[in-house]
Design a protein. Structure first.
Length: 539
């Protein structure tokens, strides 16, 4: 048997007998190959004459050379007879779908995997993938490659490329209870440890900074990395973290008509609200909400006479807006110091978690997340334009990843056209700002936005509309749909897109407090040692 990697103990499985590029290859297993040891999704390598092909088993089938054998099987015959028949007249085939190919089988380390655009000839040999094969395809785990998990049938860490990940917006999807929050924490842990982008996390349920009360074994990001690398802000001064956090206040003067438009469903606004809010903004500037709430009956009539607005529409909008000052974090007028402080930390490389505390309704979450992100959008666009005008380099710019839960509320087809998050998903990559959307209902997200997501990490989904939506813009949908249908309820996910060379099914790594704390400290020690060596060389 030929050997690709110089190993003589490779597990050879069978040879190619038929197939096609579009439909997959049929491999007849050797008689001594135990079919029950294989499973759909197992990783294999096909060795052809010029290339080797890395792929997965997509189906397993029992076959027979004679139909009489299946009509009258030797069920009660001797074990010897069954052994003779098995592998000759009765045999097993597997269907293999090659995903990647290397040009030089003799030296895989010297070739970069690329998508398979051809197939091997008849009688190419099939073997199980080895750790060396995985290293050639996915690379070794290092600072910029984070091992999210292992294949379900193997104990081989599979890294995702974090540098490629942060270049585009991404999504984490899965039904409620499938572990989306843990997956998100793992990705954020890898990004913070690699220090290649700042993260802004809108923490709706106060579960990212500290360990949740019902899950003390899960360390929060602020606990792992400390105050110098992760800053916590809060809307609620009564939270346990308030003493070590900066309290955020939002002024009515910060709120724009676009922010209110996003809340149309939450506030049950009438169709005329958009026109009235813009007329108020044009008339009173930043004080449009406080002025409208203080209107007397005569002032309403005067305003309507000047602008042509309908009095009932103005009164209806005022009634809905009156819910905003009821929130403790909203004041009539506030300066920009807290939001500017948050932006400065993000630009310097500190990661920011904004907690909502008691104010964890969708109304609060959508209002604050949209408002803060709109300011960030303006700041990053202005910086990019200034640098372009003076011909400055991008070397010192800091990428930003915005983590957004309940993303379908912000990115529904109607909302995506007016919310700042739709703008970021479509065009902010060129300004170095991307989204990490987390959601259990991908079918509620605009299809254009879904198609722009570079990498999707998909947990269990049961609704067919959600499955179809999450595979928007992905090739080989039927195969991936089958993989999704066989995911375990927890701790398994499908990763597909920009950050991995091919779609891969993973059993996610445990999110253990002690392990992560130890890894983070080891990374800090290595960074300090490197800095010390650099200083020593310079001196």
């Amino acid at each position: 048997m030929p050997t690709l990697t110089g190993q003589n103990d490779l597990s050879w499985l069978g040879v190619v007998t038929e197939g096609s590029y579009s439909g997959g290859l049929i491999v007849r297993l050797f008689p001594d190959c135990e079919a029950e040891a294989l499973r759909v999704g197992s990783f294999v390598v096909l060795e052809g004459q010029r290339h080797w092909y890395f792929g997965t088993i997509t189906d397993i089938r029992l076959r027979a050379t004679d139909t009489a054998l299946t009509a009258d099987p030797p069920a009660h015959g001797s074990a010897f007879v069954r052994r003779i028949i098995r592998g000759t007249h009765a045999y097993v085939t597997v269907e293999v779908r090659p995903s990647l190919v290397l040009e030089d089988p003799a030296s895989p380390a010297g070739s970069k995997p690329r998508p398979a655009r051809t197939i091997p000839a008849h009688f190419a040999t099939l073997r199980q993938a080895t750790p060396i094969d995985f290293e050639v395809v996915f690379g070794k785990e290092d600072r910029y490659r984070f091992a999210l998990g292992t294949p379900p049938t193997m104990d081989i860490p599979i890294p995702i490329d974090l540098e490629l990940l942060v270049q585009r917006s991404n999504g984490i999807f899965g039904q409620s209870g499938s572990g989306k929050s843990v997956l998100t924490r793992l990705i954020l842990y890898g990004l913070i440890r690699a220090d290649i982008a700042s993260a802004l996390i809108f923490d709706m349920h106060s579960e990212y900074a500290r360990a949740p009360a019902d899950q003390p074994h899960i360390a929060g990001l602020a606990e792992i990395f400390g105050h110098t690398r992760v800053r916590v802000y809060t809307l609620d001064p009564l939270t346990d973290d308030a003493a070590s956090s900066r309290v955020v206040q939002i002024g009515l003067n910060h709120i724009e008509p676009e922010d209110i438009e996003l809340l149309a469903q939450e506030l049950n606004l009438t169709p005329t609200f958009a026109t009235v809010s813009r007329l108020l903004k044009r008339q009173f500037g930043d004080d449009w909400i406080s002025k409208a709430l203080a209107f007397t009956e005569e002032q309403v009539k005067e305003f309507c006479g000047e602008t042509g607005a309908h009095p009932q529409a103005v009164d209806a909008l005022r009634s809905k807006l009156s819910r905003l000052p009821e929130r403790d974090y909203i004041v009539t007028r506030a300066d920009n110091s807290t939001l500017d402080d948050m932006l400065r930390h993000l630009e310097r490389g500190t990661h920011v978690i904004l907690q909502f505390g008691r104010f964890d309704s969708m109304l609060d979450y959508m209002l604050v997340a949209n408002l803060v992100t709109r300011r960030i959008h303006q700041r990053y666009v202005d910086q990019a334009l200034r640098q372009s005008q003076i011909g400055a380099s991008d070397a010192h710019r800091r990428r930003l990843v915005i983590v957004l839960e309940e993303a379908h509320k912000f990115l529904a087809p109607e909302a995506a056209r007016q919310s700042i998050f739709g703008t970021i998903a479509r065009e902010m990559r060129k300004y170095w700002v991307t989204l990490l959307v987390v959601d259990q209902r991908p079918s509620g997200i605009d299809t254009e936005v879904l198609s722009q997501l570079g990498t999707k990490i998909i947990g269990p989904l049961t609704d067919q509309h959600d499955i179809e939506a999450v595979l928007t813009g992905v090739s080989d949908r039927n195969h991936l749909r089958n993989l999704l249908a066989n995911l375990s309820p927890q701790q398994e996910c499908l990763v597909v897109g920009h950050a991995v060379p091919m779609p891969i099914l993973l059993r996610t790594r445990p999110y253990h407090r002690d392990t992560l704390l130890k890894e983070a400290r080891a990374g800090d020690d290595a960074a300090r040692a490197l800095l010390k060596n650099l200083i020593g060389e310079d001196s």
